[in-house]
Design a protein around this ligand. Structure first.
Ligand SMILES: NC(=O)c1ccc[n+]([C@@H]2O[C@H](COP(=O)([O-])OP(=O)(O)OC[C@H]3O[C@@H](n4cnc5c(N)ncnc54)[C@H](OP(=O)(O)O)[C@@H]3O)[C@@H](O)[C@H]2O)c1
Length: 317
């Protein structure tokens, strides 16, 4: 396979794609292939590329080496990256996506809060790639307290996103990694008062900005997305936990949701997605979905664009 793009090269190219023109310049799609629908879980670009590769084979011709479109152009692993992430990259500069790893019975951690680890190594690689494609990674106070996460990109190449902690009561410890390790800028989003009645400090450590929102309404997911977009953080990964992702989902602030299901049963634990559901199955949320295997786990990629930001002009973000 002379000149085939390997997975590392495809990943480097993908990381630079924020619109169709970027993808064309990177040789990942042809002009017109990344048009309307391309930001979906199975975008127009994917369809066009598959069709084109088939045409090329039927015609007995060689694939265009400039373009990672046909199977002939791609080394093993590169095709998977392109299929999984190109549509997200083509979703544009404003996209909110969430990821959760859960057990078969719908829990994201044990009842003691241990989430180390629910899903397998390949899913963690996937999570790090999502971080690398995001401008900001958001977690709720529960996750910051329970996991003391770093939220950095470690298993693939890519810049660390800005780390955002939603902590209206200011309960996250000042000595947690996010506030002390200096690995990436951190935005600590707090309400006016701490749960112990003390005012939240205006300054924490180097690289940590305290953003004090005036009231609960300012913490509504759509308002938070607008606040981040106004700071140049248009691509937002909501990384957990269940309460935070559920709020974003229920308030239609997500364009896409990745849920990785591991073949493990916990019986009880920290719930994943929970919201006021419908009374009858016919009213259930059934967005377009794409399934794929990630090691022993199954990744479900839900296209929520039909739901997201309903009634709002996304262009105003
Ligand atoms: N398997 C996975 O994929 C995964 C991923 C992440 C975390 N986890 C696990 O999940 C557990 C934590 O999840 P969790 O669901 O309990 O908590 P969480 O979602 O991490 O945090 C929820 C809290 O964050 C604050 N918050 C989030 N969004 C808000 C909003 N829009 N407005 C106001 N406040 C908001 C609230 O803080 P207040 O309560 O202070 O008001 C809320 O109670 C941990 O055990 C962690 O290990 C698993």
């Amino acid at each position: 396979m002379t000149g085939a793009l390997d997975a590392a090269e495809v990943w480097e190219r993908l990381r630079g794609v924020r619109c169709e023109a970027d993808a064309v310049a990177a040789g990942l799609v042809r002009a017109g292939e990344g048009g309307p629908g391309a930001g979906g879980v199975v975008g127009a670009a994917d369809t066009a590329r598959v069709a084109d590769a088939a045409d090329t084979r039927r015609a007995g011709g060689a694939a265009d080496p400039r373009r990672a479109g046909g199977d002939d152009d791609l080394a093993p692993g590169a095709r998977l990256l392109l299929d999984r992430y190109l549509s997200l990259c083509l979703a544009g500069p404003y996209v909110t996506f969430a990821q959760l790893g859960q057990s078969l019975d719908g829990f994201i951690a044990t009842r003691t809060g241990d989430a180390d680890y629910v899903t397998g190594e390949e899913d963690r690689d996937h999570l790090h790639r999502l971080r690398a494609l995001a401008d900001a990674v958001v977690v709720g106070a529960g996750t910051a307290v329970s996991d003391n996460p770093r939220l950095t990109v470690r298993t693939c190449s890519g810049a660390n996103p800005v780390r955002v902690v939603i902590d209206p009561r200011g309960r996250v410890a000042r000595d947690c990694h996010l506030f002390t390790d200096g690995s990436a800028p951190t935005l600590w989003v707090v309400g006016p008062d701490r749960e112990d009645g003390q005012a939240v400090p205006g300054r924490v450590g180097d690289g940590v900005e305290v953003l004090t929102l005036p009231d609960r309404e300012a913490f509504a997911p759509r308002a938070l997305v607008r606040t981040l977009a106004a700071r140049g953080l248009g691509r937002v990964l909501v990384e957990g936990g269940g309460v935070t992702v559920s709020r974003f989902l229920h308030e239609r602030a997500l364009h896409r949701l990745y849920v990785t299901v591991a073949p493990v049963l916990l019986g009880d634990g920290v719930p994943g997605i929970r919201f006021d559901g419908p009374d009858v199955m016919r009213d259930a949320l059934r967005p377009p979905v794409r399934r794929s295997s990630v090691g022993e786990d199954t990744l479900f990629e839900l296209d929520l664009r039909g739901e997201a930001f309903a009634g709002e002009d996304e262009g105003s973000l």
